[in-house]
Design a binder for this molecule. Structure first.
Ligand SMILES: [Zn+2]
Length: 63
């Protein structure tokens, strides 16, 4: 779906790409923060969606 722009469920080509925003940032861990940016692909015909992590950022916590 990410590469061929075709829905794997209904073979539609009506794929909507939603870029990651700051609202999709996920923080985990105690020593390191990891920020994950997610791009979402949605089929306009059947509603099937996929999420892809496009960038992982590791930030060392300052003490
Ligand atoms: Zn579909």
């Amino acid at each position: 779906m990410k590469n061929n722009k075709e829905c794997p469920k209904c073979n539609s080509n009506e794929i909507l790409k939603i870029p990651g925003t700051s609202g999709n940032i996920i923080t985990t861990g105690s020593t390191f923060y990891s920020a994950v940016r997610v791009t979402r692909y949605i089929c306009c015909d059947c509603g099937y969606s996929e999420e892809w992590v496009v960038k992982v950022i590791y930030i060392k916590r300052e003490h």
